[in-house]
Design a protein around this ligand. Structure first.
Ligand SMILES: O=C(O)[C@H]1NCC[C@@H]1O
Length: 403
């Protein structure tokens, strides 16, 4: 993974940025563990600082030629207020094609597996402040990794087993699961007006559409494909059409101060009050998983029309909370959540979501949601940014959208 010095000398002003590459049901996570600037402060201050001063690193790692417009990143942060207080093992910032997201289930599953495997191997490629406790595993052979992510604390339960060399390692025969911040629906059956500049052809004569709005560490609009004017299942989705429609819908929502102020409610941080994506959900389609009461399929468009290959952990949180608020789901009722990709694979594809506890957030009835799934390694990389390489600073090719 070391870049030979005759190559790195061409980029004297660039640190080597080292990553572990993983995927969760096909959705990549480029996990930056070394070479990121040493930023300090609370995690949300670090996020704001990264946005203001180090966005060129996000663009270089996410866009071409090192990535692509669908790449996703996670930057491991050795300190944050919850790391200092001993509540979290480490902090994580998330990178998308547009910026810095606030919750990410698929990357959470990946980072937690990496943290456990590093600790089990007695390795230290990145520091964690508190050891992983392999001495008190309990009867199910699991450890808990606590991650501080921008929306708050996420506790991840990772099944472990002894590997052939007697070291502890993630037991990939069993899913990893996490519990994140409270999730809650902020709007059910809300009308989004669509001024003529925000309409798409499949909409026909309609001038507005009805959506639900829910928070799972990030805010999502939830709609069915037929509400947007498309076929009523996602069996053969028109992905370019749905992408254009959801981009227009997002813009229409964001153009209304009334909608933003009424439905992007967060009790503590205004930094978290933005619309992250749209979950186009087909409640009729989906391979069932063992032990679940039913299944549904979603295509999630987030950030700048990025399409999640995974079933979107934060989206599962939002949808479980929405189903709970509508009285469609009870506590402890497990459901299988698919992406259009995961629906093609039996076994490791679906995320399973369930509401495990009711809590309150402001005037909202909220739930703690448990989400489970699998994450896999795909490799490791070292990147550098050669001096004077303007193209290498990052671009994306379809339509030549640039950083
Ligand atoms: O699993 C998730 O929650 C994320 N996947 C990409 C978009 C979301 O942040």
């Amino acid at each position: 993974m070391e870049i030979p010095s005759f190559i790195s000398s061409a980029a004297q002003n660039s640190p080597q940025i080292k990553t572990i590459e993983m995927h969760t049901t096909g959705e990549p996570t480029r996990i930056v563990y070394s070479g990121y600037p040493d930023i300090t402060g609370t995690l949300l201050e670090q996020r704001a600082h990264a946005k203001a001063h180090h966005d060129h690193i996000r663009r270089a790692l996410i866009y071409e030629p090192r990535g692509h417009r669908e790449m996703y990143g996670a930057v491991l942060r050795p300190s944050s207020e919850l790391v200092e207080s001993g509540e979290a093992h480490l902090g994580v910032l998330f990178l998308t094609n547009e910026g810095y997201s606030t919750m990410c289930g698929h990357a959470t599953l990946a980072v937690a597996r990496l943290v456990v495997d590093q600790a089990g191997a007695g390795s230290q490629i990145f520091p964690i402040r508190r050891p992983i406790d392999f001495d008190n595993l309990g009867s199910r052979d699991e450890v808990v990794v606590s991650l501080h992510v921008p929306c708050g604390l996420v506790n991840v339960t990772v099944p472990v087993r002894r590997g052939s060399n007697d070291r502890w390692t993630t037991d990939i025969r069993r899913p990893i699961s996490y519990r994140s911040v409270p999730s809650y629906a902020t709007g059910i059956g809300i009308t989004v007006p669509l001024p003529s500049s925000y309409r798409w052809p499949e909409l026909g004569q309609r001038e507005s559409i009805i959506v639900d709005i829910s928070y799972g560490g990030a805010f999502y609009l939830v709609v069915s494909p037929d509400t947007l004017g498309f076929a009523d299942t996602l069996a053969k989705p028109d992905i370019p059409g749905l992408s254009r429609a959801t981009a227009q819908l997002k813009e229409a929502f964001n153009s209304s101060q009334h909608l933003r102020q009424s439905f992007l409610y967060h009790a503590e941080h205004s930094d978290l009050q933005f619309l992250y994506g749209t979950l186009v959900t087909d409640a009729k389609t989906g391979l069932a998983s063992p032990g679940t009461g039913g299944a549904e399929t979603t295509i999630c468009f987030f950030s700048d029309a990025q399409v999640d290959r995974s079933p979107t952990g934060s989206g599962v949180q939002a949808k479980v909370a929405l189903a709970y608020a509508k009285g469609e789901r009870k506590l402890s009722e497990k459901w299988a959540y698919h992406s259009v990709l995961s629906n093609r694979y039996d076994g490791e594809g679906a995320f399973v979501g369930e509401a495990v506890k009711e809590v309150t957030v402001g005037s909202h009835k909220a739930v703690i949601v448990e989400v489970s799934g699998w994450a896999r390694y795909t490799g490791a990389s070292s990147f550098l940014i050669e001096d004077g390489d303007a193209i290498g600073e990052g671009f994306w090719f379809d339509g030549l959208g640039a950083a």
